[in-house]
Design a protein around this ligand. Structure first.
Ligand code: DX5
Ligand code: ZN
Length: 214
């Protein structure tokens, strides 16, 4: 089993003091920075775009940037992701009729390729793209907003993906991850715990990350 990583979701960071808050969460021990890009079409919300990720990259962080694209046309942003030093580019299966081609293109550009699945989406397609995937993101809320309640059926889905893909591929869980739900996710086979509210909503980020890690 891979070491379990915590990826702090910047969606709930203090946007007025983003650099300070990001430095604070890195000092507190987050393993990755999870960056939620939303377009107001695929999900009913807007967040920030790749320029903000590029600005963070210019800070010269050594913490990997894990970009989660909740947009209808994620491949339009591949070149910008390369320029902005994104490490993992995750796209949603629901918007990619040519998932095989898209994941291959992300890898060919030198990034790690991730594929995300909404709570109502089947993961069967993974069987046909598994050689092109570095990261599978199981949504445990309907994406668009932080602070939502964990959907329990995500646990069965994580276990199914772990069985399908073995131990090599990292499996992340995103939405409603707290010190209570995190151990259930790890038990099911997740090894990347993504959290916004359970970290940025607390006064002590180190303590919050420790509590999620378990
Ligand atoms: C939801 C985003 C998540 C979100 C998680 O659409 O993809 O990354 O920030 O927020 P919490 O941890 O508060 O559920
Ligand atoms: Zn996310």
């Amino acid at each position: 089993m891979n070491k379990v990583l915590v990826s702090a979701s910047v969606l709930s960071a203090d946007f007025l003091h983003l650099a300070e808050d990001v430095n604070k969460v890195i000092t507190a021990g987050t393993d990755q920075l999870h960056l939620d890009v939303m377009d107001g079409h695929f999900v009913p919300n807007l967040s920030f775009g790749v320029p903000v990720i590029g600005a963070l990259a210019k800070m010269g962080l050594s913490t990997p940037l894990d970009a989660h694209f909740m947009v209808n046309n994620p491949m339009d942003y591949l070149d910008l992701c390369v320029k902005s030093k994104v490490d993992i580019m995750t796209i949603h299966a629901e918007v990619c009729p040519h998932l095989h081609r898209c994941l291959g293109a992300i890898r060919q550009a030198g990034l790690k390729a991730g594929v995300a699945f909404n709570p109502g989406t089947s993961v069967e397609t993974l069987a046909y793209v598994k050689d092109l995937v570095d990261f599978v993101l199981i949504m445990s809320v309907n994406p668009g907003f932080s602070g939502q309640k964990f959907i329990n059926s995500a646990l069965d889905k994580i276990a199914l993906v772990r069985k399908m893909l073995g131990s090599e591929v990292r499996i992340g869980v995103d939405g409603g991850v707290t010190p209570q739900t995190a151990p259930l996710c790890v038990q099911a086979g997740a090894d990347v715990l993504i959290a916004a509210t359970a970290i940025f909503g607390k006064d002590d980020y180190s303590e919050a990350i420790r509590a999620i890690r378990g």
